[in-house]
Design a protein around this ligand. Structure first.
Ligand code: 5GP
Ligand code: MN
Length: 335
């Protein structure tokens, strides 16, 4: 929560003559887009305009959301994005904890921007900004945007557009209201969002019934060779660049693949290694159960971070070397 002093200062900042920008992280996911658009629609209800800026493109299955077409993608609209950030009076930083998580282009812009910066985020170890609402116990930034609206005492302004966006963010970041930090409060908020017009069946179908045959073939490939090591405690999945090309990889196609590793009885860690389509590095996704802290593990060894049970990283070796190093490190740390 913001303190009451902070919340009244923020309320004073939010006036119609101010230029407001909302920024989220590189490779935006459902919570990133949901929280950003949800906040934009809320500000609109207050009579304020805001630009949502994302560092790079986001998956097609999020493009049904109200006003997702107006999102400025910095990769494609460099000048417009740069000027908006430079000229902003207020910048909301949503669903990421440090400027560099918004990439090499947008990150430095955020640092140089003269705006008042307001962070709302649930990742570990947030950087210092003018106003920081950070809570790693909350499963989605979209839920935190709802708490922010509550703190402003403006729940009455929540409409269908806001409800649909925040619902999508909470649904995706909790894996469909299942992951560990999903709480009774989460469900109460989701109930409110449904009352305000979010349609669970429509949102689920638009977001998740979006498989293509090629994505299923890609999934079949990696499930067919899933490897379990360390007495069944660690599941390993991987994909090579040539395979991505062969199956016509689209952004977002591999989302959720890593969870299959964790769905095996007895596994405590799942790791998914993927060669980047263009550059020579390996993108890694880690998932874990209970006390196994993949955030710290990824910070220590794989140039990444995230949450205790869901983190990502990057590694500059070949995929074979990366997997060897991973097995060694995970054994040394945990098994
Ligand atoms: P995913 O495996 O879905 O890409 O990411 C899982 C979580 O880890 C997300 O919350 C994401 O923000 C975080 N994450 C993913 N990649 C990185 C990374 O390279 N660095 C850091 N610090 N966090 C990451
Ligand atoms: Mn999130």
């Amino acid at each position: 929560m913001f303190t009451s002093t902070e919340i009244s200062e923020i309320q004073k900042l939010l006036t119609p003559e101010k230029k407001i920008v909302i920024i989220t992280h590189y490779n935006p996911d459902g919570d990133a887009i949901g929280s950003s658009l949800g906040l934009k629609h809320f500000l609109k209800q207050k009579g304020l305009e805001a630009d949502v800026i994302v560092p790079n493109d986001f998956p097609k299955f999020l493009k049904w959301m109200p006003e997702s077409k107006q999102i400025i993608i910095a990769d494609y609209k460099r000048k417009q994005a740069g000027e908006a950030i430079y000229n902003a009076d207020v910048i909301f930083i949503l669903d990421f904890n440090a400027s560099h998580r918004s990439g090499n282009l947008v990150g430095p812009w955020i640092e140089k921007a003269r705006a008042k910066k307001i962070l709302i985020d649930h990742h570990q170890q947030p950087d210092d900004f003018h106003y920081v609402y950070s809570d790693v116990t909350i499963p989605a930034t979209s839920q935190m945007v709802y708490h922010f609206i509550q703190e402003l005492n403006e729940e009455n302004l929540v409409n269908k557009d806001i409800a649909e966006c925040l619902y999508t963010g909470i649904m995706t970041d909790t894996g469909g209201f299942r992951f560990r930090s999903t709480s009774a409060t989460t469900h109460r908020i989701v109930a409110n969002l449904i009352e305000k017009g979010a349609d669970p069946a429509m949102i689920t179908s638009n977001t998740w019934d979006t498989n293509t045959v090629s994505r299923l073939h890609l999934l079949a490939l990696i499930l067919g060779r899933i490897e379990v090591v360390k007495d069944g405690k660690v599941a390993i999945l991987w994909l090579k660049r040539d395979e991505l090309k062969e199956f016509g990889f689209q952004k977002g196609d591999t989302e959720g693949f890593v969870n299959y590793g964790l769905s095996i009885m007895g596994t405590q860690v799942a790791a998914f290694f993927m060669e980047d389509l263009y550059d020579d590095f390996i993108k890694i996704s880690f998932r874990s159960k209970d006390e196994v802290d993949v955030n710290q593990f990824s910070r220590n060894y794989f140039n990444g971070g995230g949450h205790i049970n869901a983190a990502g990283g990057k590694y500059m070796k070949t995929i074979e070397e990366t997997i060897v190093d991973f097995k060694e490190k995970i054994e040394a740390e945990y098994f």
